[in-house]
Design a protein around this ligand. Structure first.
Ligand code: NAD
Ligand code: MG
Length: 395
């Protein structure tokens, strides 16, 4: 029996994780759940899954959470804040931590899971993008296990040989082929992109996801973040990663070998597959995902990515080549710009502009500590907010 902590239990990945885990009550025990501010939703999950702990990240809502749990005579222990999240990620009775908080907010609790030597099911790509080296070092030092949930990275992991950590070239690997659907605006006229609304941007053709990652998919910053994520997970660099646009989202990524073989992982665009894979690895469990019907799909297509249309791809690649705190600055500026766009305060095409200007205006540091990352993350947020204010005044 494995004890499971879900950071970000009320989100899209969190709910899918609960769905898979609850199909196997003999294998997984839900020990702890967290949410940002949705107290009622968190209490509903407590009633349904009976964890030992529930954490509300917003400290002002702790009293409310306690009251609601009290009202139903629940014995679930309520905690709050970053400390609460770090506590549940490190509990001795927790074996697996699903890191499914969105954005930089997930960094500290995910690092806490690494430091406590847990199996980390990593959906929160922003944490790895920000702190790559530190995160990977903590995983190694503390004998934690890191299993990718991002469908592409999970697919790559499945296509890699067992001992790929001796080096990709040494394992006969010539390229990682990172697929992406191209999002909802792959073929839309660029002139029409300026007036895109948040709901249009969040209407992904193949995947149902949280709003931030949906906007990232529309700008293709998501694929950029995934290039950075792949560099850290598989100890490689952007020269060895080729983005392949594959509009059907049936192939979730591929690995090309020196003998000409290309291994791919295929499946429905349903996150329960990578979640089930990472929960049960190296075994396989039922996930509730519909079987793939190749005859219904009939056709798979591939295109080169369009770097003109999607400047975020270039910005992300540049930032990982630069290294140091540059990816953390990119990520922070993007989080602020996406939040403004979702709040109808910034135009869709200006997201890339804000990220690019923030990277231009702020120097990054070559080597870094966690404190320096958090400092540069904060400076980038302030800079991006300032730039957004100026941009809005221009119109
Ligand atoms: P979501 O918005 O649906 O859920 C986010 C979760 O994080 C919620 O439980 C929310 O309460 C919590 N949260 C938000 N802000 C927080 C804060 N400041 N402090 C603590 N908790 C906070 O997002 P999602 O789509 O489930 O994505 C979660 C992560 O997984 C993201 O990093 C995303 O990039 C990654 N991911 C998601 C998918 C997908 O299909 N949804 C696929 C691949 C990767
Ligand atoms: Mg992905």
């Amino acid at each position: 029996m494995k004890g499971l902590c879900i950071l970000g239990a009320t989100g899209s990945i969190g709910v899918n994780t609960l769905d898979v885990a609850s199909r196997h009550p003999d294998k997984y025990k839900i020990v702890a759940l967290s949410a940002n501010s949705q107290v009622e939703r968190l209490v509903e999950l407590c009633i349904k899954y009976q964890p030992e702990y529930a954490v509300i990240a917003d400290e002002n809502l702790l009293e409310d959470l306690e009251k609601q749990l009290n009202n139903i005579n629940s014995s679930v222990k309520a905690l709050s804040g970053i400390e609460g999240l770090e506590t549940i990620a490190s509990l001795p009775q927790v074996d697996y931590v699903m890191a499914a908080i969105v954005g930089a907010a997930g960094l500290k609790p995910t690092l806490a899971a690494a430091r406590s030597g847990k199996r980390i099911l990593l959906a929160n790509k922003e944490a790895l993008v920000m702190s790559g080296q530190i995160f990977m070092d903590e995983v190694k030092k503390n004998n934690a296990e890191l299993l990718p949930i991002d469908s592409e990275h999970n697919a790559i992991f499945q296509c890699l040989p067992e001992h790929y950590d001796k080096g990709l070239a040494e394992s006969g690997i010539t390229k990682i082929l990172l697929t992406g659907s191209g999002g909802p605006f792959r073929t839309k006229a660029i002139s029409e992109l300026s007036d895109i609304t948040p709901n249009q941007a969040c209407a992904h053709p193949n995947w149902s996801m949280g709003r931030k990652i949906s906007v990232d998919s529309a700008t293709m910053m998501n694929k950029g973040l995934e290039i950075i994520e792949a560099c850290w997970l598989f100890n490689t660099n952007p020269d060895n990663i080729q983005v392949v646009i594959h509009p059907q989202s049936v192939i979730h990524s591929m690995v090309q070998y020196s003998d000409g073989s290309v291994l791919a992982q295929l499946g429905q665009p349903d996150m329960r597959t990578p979640i089930a894979h990472a929960l049960s690895w190296p075994e396989r469990i039922e996930s509730g995902v519909e079987k793939l019907d190749l005859f219904a799909i009939a056709k798979l297509e591939f295109e080169k990515p369009d770097y003109e249309r999607f400047p975020c791809l270039r910005l992300a690649e540049e930032s990982i080549r630069k290294g140091g705190t540059a990816p953390a600055i990119l990520n922070a500026a993007n989080e602020v710009a996406v939040a403004s766009f979702l709040d109808n305060k910034l135009k869709f095409l200006d997201i890339a502009y804000i990220v690019e200007q923030t990277l231009k205006n702020l120097p990054s540091r070559a080597a870094y500590s966690l404190n320096e990352i958090l400092e540069d993350d904060l400076s980038a947020r302030k800079e991006a907010e300032q730039l957004i204010k100026l941009r809005v005044e221009e119109f």
